[in-house]
Ligand binder design. Sequence first.
Ligand code: DP6
Length: 328
Amino acid sequence: MKQIGRCRAHTNIALIKYWGKRNNDLFLPMNSSLSLTLDAFYTDTSVTLDSKLETDEFFLNGTKQDKDETKKISRFLDLFRQTANSEVHAKIESYNHVPTAAGLASSASAFAALAGAANTAWQLNLDKQTLSTYARRGSGSSTRSIYGGLVEWTMGEGDISESSHAIEIDDASWDIGMIVIAINKHKKKLSSRVGMKLTVDTSPFYPVWVTEAKKDLIAMKEAIKRKDFIKLGEITESNGMKMHATMLGATPPISYWEPDSVKAINKVKEIRNNGIPCYVTMDAGPNVKVLCRQSQMSDILDKLKESFTNDQLICSAVGEGIKQLTDT
Ligand code: DP6
C-alpha cells in the first residue's frame, strides 16, 4: 500500500520582515519576524511514497518539473527521510491557488504544504512547532505559514535549529484584512535569497536594520495585545520601509519598486488622510499589500479602483494554519 500525505498551507505576509540569515545552511534568521496568514492564497500538495520510484518526481500545477526544480524538493524531503530512517522516493503534486494577476506564487505556502504532506506520508507525527523548523529549511518565510492569524517566527539561539520556530500570537479575529495591489506578475528580478545575502554582506545600514526590527517586534506585540489596529498598521508600514531602505544601501543597490508601486503607496496615503486607516507593506517585488480593517475593505477598494483595474486588486481575509486534506 502506498503512503500518502495531503496538506493545504496558506501564504503569509510579514508585518515585521525577515531579511537576512545568520546561518545560510540552516536558514537561521538575523531577527525574529511576525506575519499575517492570508486566506486568499494557498498551496495544496500531496506526497505519495512509492518504493518503485528511483527518484522523486515533482509536478507543479500538473506539469512535471525539470531536474533542477525537483532537486530542491528532494533535498528538502531528505530531512523527512532522515528522520524516518527511510530511503523511499515520492511523487509530489503541488497546486498553487493564486489569482493569476497577482504573481504571488509563494515559497511560503509551498514549503509549509510540502512539510505538512511529508509529515503525514512518512507518518512522523511531528507537532506543528517542530514542523515549522522543518518548513524553515525550505524557505524562511514558510516557517510562519504553519500557523494561521498573526504568527511570530522566533529567531532562536546560535546555531540551534530547533530553537528557531513559529509561534501563534493571535488569531487576528479583530477585523483585520489585506488587499494586494498587483503591480506586476513577472518573476522577481532578484530572488529574496540572493537579495538578502547581498544586503547582509554589503549594506552599512544592516546592523541598524536588525536593531530596529527587534524594537519594532516588541512594540508590535504590545499593539497586538491591546488590539490596537492603528499602531499595528503604523509599525507595519514603518518596518517595511526600513527593510527597503536597508536594501538600497547594498552594493549594488537593490530596489524592487516600480513607478506603480509609488502610485499605490501614495493612493493608500490619500485614503488614510481621508480618515480610513490603511497601511502599506512590500516584499521582494513591486506589489503593494494594504493592511486594513476587513469591515472597511469595500470603501478602500472603491477608492483604489480610481487608480487600478479590478483584476489588480485582490482582497483577503485572515487565513488559517496548515490542514490535512482528505480524499474528495
Ligand atoms: C521580503 O523566505 O523567500 O518576503 O528563506 O531565502 O527562501 P528564503 O527567503 P524568503 O524571504 C522572504 C523575504 C520577505 C520578508 C518576509 O517574508 O519576512
